[in-house]
Design a protein around this ligand. Sequence first.
Ligand code: SF4
Length: 444
Amino acid sequence: MSVKKPELLAPAGDLTRMKYALAYGADAVYAGQPAFSLRARENGFKNLDDLAEGVAYVHGQGKKFYLTSNVIPRNTKVEPFQKALLAALELKPDALIVADPGFVGWLRKVSPQTEVHLSVQANTTNYLTASFWKDLGVRRIILSRELRLSEILEIKERVPDLELEVFVHGAVCMAMSGRCMLSNWVTRRDANQGACDNSCRMPYRLYANEGPQCEGYKEHEGEFFLQRTDRPELQPVALDEDTWGTYFMSSRDLCALDVVPELVRAGLDSFKIEGRTRSVYYLSQVVRAYRMAIDASVDALESGDSLPADLKDARHALDFVDGRGFMPGFLKGPLPQNYESTHVEAPSGCVCAQILDYDAQSRSFRVNVKNQFSMDDSLEFMTPEGMSLCKISSLKNFRGEDADRLNPGTEGRVFIQDSGDFSLKNVKFGFFVKRTCPNSGTNT
Ligand code: SF4
């Protein structure tokens, strides 16, 4: 039985991240149009030259490059945005991701051959809306993240000729797929113009002004709850604080790994990973996890296996990335979206170093150290081909001196014993990782 393999679509925050995403198994990437995507501030694609290089590289690998042009423009931005879109179209991206209905209509007129994907910011939540966009010439809808799997299946059934893209992993908004004003309110940065400050994800602390006898505001101690005064029967919302504060507006991260077999069976077209601002390491592990999950699900379905696909290795890859606690989103029904504890959940493993290059003669790697590691650590070598144990024979620090350990933020050199069982192919996209991580470790 032949099963349709969905596209694995990864974020490309800049050219480097784009290359790692492809190396680790993405079929397509999405990158922000300079100044006109919702990551306008952090976008590593600064100009048309960056975009041209990105498109050429991706096409050289036989993969796809989607240009995210999903700002919600006001009157003053209409003409500059149109001009920028026309220039970007010359580069022949495989599709434009657009959110504004006016711009979808305009693009269909001025460039009918351009494939348009409707951004998640347009909040498509039902089949009637999906059908409306299809009639307007939209090729693909990026569905709202708040939909249940059963709702997605109904849209697929009722509008079969429309491509559907679903988010499978990454941060989610507290607001319904964006269109949120919280960042405007807290920091005067407009989320809908690409300047969101992630205000919902940040820690807050409760202060009280205790009267004119106090200087300024005082920190409160103890436990706090918010209670609707008109609905005392409702469960109070805990405002837990730890040493960093409270994260009560911050949502858990979406992780639909366990739902991948069902999403594959449903014949959906594209599985999207969020996170254009995340590190190359995070991106590599997450892409690797979903590559394995999709491939295992397709294999299981093709072999007529009624058992769920084996996702053990894919889950293991996610043990090495941090997040705000995972939830399967709304795919399986409404679940508590927010933290129950205020802590960012530490990964069980961590990245020690990113490999910069390899010297075959000395069998050593020049590395950028991310977390401290020592001669005694049992490291694993991670490349797009997989992971394997390796033993360090010696270390040199950034001065070229012998060292027992290497410290984060420095360059160093790692000499390894011949373990013989890992490939050095794609080594430039490799990392050294370890299974246990000190609490202070960071994987971002
Ligand atoms: S503040 Fe939070 S909910 Fe609002 S747009 Fe930014 S990330 Fe989304």
